[in-house]
Structures are given as structure tokens and as C-alpha cells.
Design a protein around this ligand. Structure first.
Ligand SMILES: Nc1nc2c(ncn2[C@@H]2O[C@H](COP(=O)(O)OP(=O)(O)OP(=O)(O)O)[C@@H](O)[C@H]2O)c(=O)[nH]1
Ligand SMILES: [Zn+2]
Ligand SMILES: [Zn+2]
Length: 289
């Protein structure tokens, strides 16, 4: 759950809290004393659980209904309703965006990833490679700065920057405003660089034709397992920075198998945006949009 944008899982699945112990000790629910200050967690029969800290030597009681679940449960109910309203409104606007894009033969591609995986670098090379076949324009999403927009402008492509401030994703309203400002010609290709974040952007449909998730080999092979929703909704996964494989401890097979577990029919391309490896396959994929 994201406190700045109110986004969360659209199916309303609750937040789970599991505390992993750094030490072993027997734990009862009777009054007891702890010799040293430490934190710990425990579960309840209903499947919930929580963690808390103890001062050194502090005695305390653990009761089954000691209020923690109640405090969490009430605001969560309101939060889920708020999320549903936000996402329903977003989906309506996204449908309108999609309709007008399709009518005008414009293909929008939503690029999503962690910060620094190479979205802007990929775009710089892609615009130069495909720009003579199909006009490419860019909507840049960032919390702050015009840095990425300036990099894109240097390629000669038209670009609109959307700064989200505290926001952690682009939404359909921002997409609509960005498109109005960008004014892409009929038949063009519009790339959207979403805010670097593997969580929130996945929840917000922009009306795009395709979603591309970029993961780089410097991030760790376990990212698909940790952020499954992002990978589940992707039309294409790009594994970037493969030129660095000789220097980093990244298990490609593990990463591919984790993606396949989340999305068995996932399309995955291995690329190096800076060195050019695998980029022709990416350009071929784009040509089919
Ligand atoms: N070695 C290597 N470095 C890359 C590659 N692609 C991008 N980089 C580098 O990774 C860094 C981050 O790249 P960006 O393109 O700015 O990443 P980004 O996803 O746009 O970052 P944010 O907009 O901050 O989310 C830069 O130093 C790039 O030069 C690649 O294929 N190989
Ligand atoms: Zn960028
Ligand atoms: Zn968010």
C-alpha cells in the first residue's frame, strides 16, 4: 500500500506481515521477561501476525486480542474502498485514452522498471534506430527534474515530461494530459517512460497498446519473484545490461524460470541498450505493434 498515491492491489488482497527472527528462542504467550532488548513476531490462529520490540528486562503480556489487529483492520477497510474508486476512475480514463489512440493508429508503449534499469538509455537508442520508419515520441515520467526529457530531446524526438512530485507512478489522467500536450501524429509510436518503481505503475492502465518491463542484471535475479504483479501484466520483458554478465553475480536461468513461473507464456528478450546486443529483436517486436 502506497501512502502517497493511495494505490494498492486492485483485488483488495490484504497486507501480510511476517517477521523473520535473527535468533532462536522459545516464546510463550504468558507474562515473561526478556533479558535483552530485541524485536520479534508471532502469528495468530486466524493467520495474522505481527512483530514488536522489547526493552531490556521489560515484562509484558501477550493476549490474543491485544488490539494490534483491530487498529490495522479499520483503516484498511477504508483504504481498499478508496483504492477501488481510484482504480475504477483510472480504468475509465484509460479506456478513453486507448479508444482515441487506436482510432488514430497510434501505438503507445509503457516502459516500466526499477530506477536505473536503463529505460532512458533504451529509448535514446530505440528512437535513433526506428525513427526513420515510424515517428517516435516520448512521454517522460519522473518525480523531479527534466534530465530524461533533455536526453530524449537530444535525439530529435518530441518529448513531454510529467513530474509526479511525491507520486510514484503515471496514471491515465496524466497520460491524457501528456498526449494532449505531445499531440502525436496519426500512425506514430508513443513511448511512455513510467516512474522508476516495480510496484505502483503495474496497477495503473494508461490506455497503452503494450507494457514492457525492463529488469537489469545489476538488480538481482530474484526481482520477478519479489514483484510478481509487474511481471504478470507485462507483454514483454527486457533483460538489460547483459554486457555486464561477466562482472556480476546474476543467474540468468533462475531469473528466466522465475518469470516463467509467474507468466508461463512470457516473452523475454536479452539486450544491452548501450552495446546493442539483442536490440534488433526488440526493434522487430516494436515493428509488429
Ligand atoms: N553497462 C550497461 N549500462 C547500461 C545499460 N543500459 C543503461 N545503462 C546505464 O545504466 C544507468 C541508468 O540508465 P538510465 O537509462 O538512466 O536508467 P533509467 O531506467 O532511465 O533510470 P530512471 O529514469 O532513474 O528510472 C546509466 O549509467 C546507463 O548508462 C546497458 O545495457 N549496459
Ligand atoms: Zn530514465
Ligand atoms: Zn504508489
Amino acid at each position: 500500500m502506497c501512502s502517497t498515491c493511495g494505490c494498492g492491489q486492485p483485488d483488495g488482497a490484504g497486507t501480510r506481515l511476517t517477521v523473520v527472527h535473527g535468533h532462536d528462542h522459545e516464546h510463550s504467550h504468558d507474562d515473561h521477561e526478556h533479558a535483552a532488548g530485541h524485536g520479534h513476531g508471532h502469528g495468530h490462529e486466524d493467520g495474522s501476525g505481527h512483530g514488536h520490540g522489547h526493552e531490556a528486562g521489560a515484562a509484558h503480556e501477550h493476549g490474543r486480542g491485544h488490539g494490534v489487529e483491530k487498529v490495522i483492520a479499520e483503516p484498511e477497510t477504508r483504504t481498499v474502498l478508496l483504492e477501488q474508486e481510484i482504480l475504477a476512475k483510472n480504468d475509465g480514463l484509460a479506456a478513453a485514452n486507448r479508444h482515441s489512440l487506436v482510432e488514430r493508429g497510434i501505438s503507445a508503449v509503457n516502459l516500466m522498471s526499477s530506477p536505473g534499469s536503463g529505460k532512458t538509455t533504451l529509448l535514446e537508442h530505440t528512437i535513433r534506430a526506428v525513427g526513420d520508419r515510424r515517428q517516435a515520441l516520448v512521454i517522460e515520467g519522473d518525480q523531479e527534474t527534466l534530465y530524461d526529457a533533455e536526453r530524449i530531446r537530444a535525439t530529435g524526438s518530441k518529448v513531454v515530461q510529467i513530474n509526479t512530485g511525491a507520486g510514484c507512478h503515471l496514471d491515465a489522467q496524466m497520460m491524457s494530459s501528456g498526449l494532449a500536450e505531445l499531440d502525436p501524429p496519426d500512425g506514430s509510436l508513443v513511448f511512455v517512460e513510467n516512474v522508476g518503481n516495480l510496484v505502483c505503475p503495474a496497477l495503473f492502465d494508461l490506455g497503452e497498446a503494450a507494457r514492457v518491463v525492463i529488469i537489469s542484471v545489476t538488480e538481482g535475479a530474484d526481482k520477478p519473484a519479489k514483484y510478481p504483479y509487474m511481471f504478470r501484466t507485462a507483454d514483454l520483458v527486457l533483460l538489460n545490461k547483459i554486457d555486464l554478465l561477466p562482472y556480476v553475480d546474476f543467474d540468468v536461468e533462475l531469473c528466466l524460470s522465475l518469470i516463467a513461473r509467474i507468466k508461463p507464456d512470457a516473452k523475454i528478450l536479452q539486450v544491452s541498450a548501450t552495446k546493442g546486443d539483442g536490440m534488433d529483436a526488440w526493434y522487430d517486436w516494436l515493428a509488429k505493434l
